[in-house]
Design a binder for this molecule. Structure first.
Ligand code: GUN
Ligand code: ZN
Length: 442
């Protein structure tokens, strides 16, 4: 079955950051077959073509169609602790995040939170996410089970640590490997789901656990690796003490073969030049989490140093250190951080923000069929259609150009302005045990 979308379409398929370009079509036709975009062009050309014959027409010219957002760093167990302001990372973990993470031992609790997470993602227009799961295999199983019917593209895994958290969150290398392999066996490659190997951070992961993470990554073909790095000076100093023989924080992972093209390191606010060179050399990506960096006082992300070193950078909400699921807000905060860095910052244009929130994330996750709305891509998209008379509505009606419109979306947009979401050309399904996402198919 084919669907022909008629829309004002804007995407940002190419970087580099600092020089991304928009591709904007005021009256575009997207012909979608089996969830894939098979033709894109001016409505006047595509609509009358033989291949569009018989397709259902969805006319959404009253909004702005963008690619679905890609969140490269978000925590399942932290939905309910969003807003824990006023504490630096290690203090926040101890007092806000980890007590809540311990509650995920209860499968019923985890199922509820998984529904809240998936609803939060879909409602914010996020169609692809790399999710830090929970320290309990049953909770991660609940997440995958809830994610499958939504159609969201989710990579997730068992979060592991064997020290310095809370005793009930600790595991050991052998158990971590066995439980991870079991979860991957059940969910990896099923529909749009993938397994992610996720030791929490090397502060909480000893050598054996990191070695078992690498073994799991090798054992599960096509899995991705993700963890935290260089977020907070006290954390960095503690890691240096815990790993006396290493060159730097990245080296604690690198010595185990965990720095790969399929690796995503969250934060990296305080990298050394050597670490940046090594990230670039391996092709590993960094998940930049701007609202979290501001909320936890972690620092201003050195984006220019990353880009100049050739490191791939994408965007993460880092819920619940971050302040919500909205990647428009993350994009705006990314822009602010660069402005506040002055000469050291990388000035970001509207196209850069859209690229960061979409295609850059897909590239970081090794996905070649999402992140923009060109031919051959999955029809993962959002429709920004603010309430009539709202400030965003006024701003969009008076936008001078596509770049100006995208700037207005990032400055003023909220999840309430996302009128529709499509994953593989259809509305997201409902996670079990939770009300439907507040998004509709037009
Ligand atoms: N480092 C280790 N765990 C976490 C976490 O849950 N959130 C953030 N922001 N950093 C971390
Ligand atoms: Zn995080």
């Amino acid at each position: 079955m084919s669907t022909l979308f008629r829309a004002r379409v804007v995407d940002a398929p190419t970087g580099p950051l600092g020089a991304a370009r928009l591709r904007a079509d005021d009256d575009a036709a997207l012909l979608v077959r089996d969830g894939v975009i098979v033709a894109r062009g001016p409505w006047s050309q595509v609509a009358g073509s033989p291949e569009a014959g018989g397709a259902d027409v969805v006319d959404v010219r009253d909004g702005l169609m963008l690619p679905g957002f890609v969140d490269t760093h978000v925590h399942l167990p932290q939905v309910r602790v969003i807003g824990g302001l006023g504490r630096p990372l290690l203090d926040w973990l101890e007092h806000r995040a980890l007590p809540e993470e311990a509650r995920m031992a209860d499968r019923g609790y985890a199922e509820e939170v998984a529904g809240e997470l998936l609803t939060g993602l879909a409602s914010a227009g996020t169609t692809t996410a790399l999710v830090f799961g929970a320290h309990f295999a049953d909770a991660v199983d609940a997440l995958f089970a809830a994610a499958e019917p939504t159609g969201l593209r989710i990579a997730a895994g068992l979060v592991t640590g064997d020290r310095l958290l809370r005793p009930e969150l600790h595991t050991d290398a052998e158990t971590a490997f066995r439980q991870g392999l079991d979860l991957a066996g059940r969910w990896h490659g099923r529909g749009r789901l993938r397994y992610a190997v996720t030791p929490r951070f090397s502060l909480a992961a000893g050598e054996e656990l990191l070695a078992s993470s690498a073994a799991l990554l090798d054992a599960v073909e096509g899995s991705v690796f993700t963890t935290h790095i260089n977020e907070n000076p006290r954390e960095v100093a503690t890691v240096a003490e815990l790993f006396p023989g290493t060159r730097d924080y990245l080296d604690t992972y690198d010595r185990h073969g965990l720095v790969r093209r399929t690796s995503v390191f969250a934060h990296d606010v305080h990298p050394t030049d050597r670490e940046l060179a090594r990230l670039a050399e391996t092709g590993a990506a960094v998940a930049h989490c701007p609202t979290s960096n501001a909320a936890l006082g972690s620092g201003l992300f050195p984006l220019r140093r990353h880009v100049e070193a050739g490191v791939r950078v994408a965007l993460g909400s880092d819920v619940g250190g971050g302040t919500g699921f909205c990647l428009m807000k993350e994009g705006l905060q990314a822009y602010f951080a660069q402005q506040l860095l002055g000469e050291a910052g990388l000035p970001l244009q509207p196209a850069d923000l859209l690229h960061l929130a979409t295609r850059a994330g897909a590239e970081a996750l090794g996905l070649d069929d999402v992140g923009h709305l060109g031919v051959g891509m999955q029809m993962d998209a959002v429709l920004v259609r603010p309430t009539a008379g709202s400030t965003l509505d006024v701003a969009l009606r008076h936008a001078e150009s596509a770049d100006d419109a995208v700037a207005k979306v990032f400055v003023l947009g909220t999840p309430a302005d996302i009128a529709s979401v499509w994953v593989g050309g259809a509305a997201p399904g409902t996670p079990d045990r939770h009300p439907a996402p507040a998004v509709t198919h037009p």
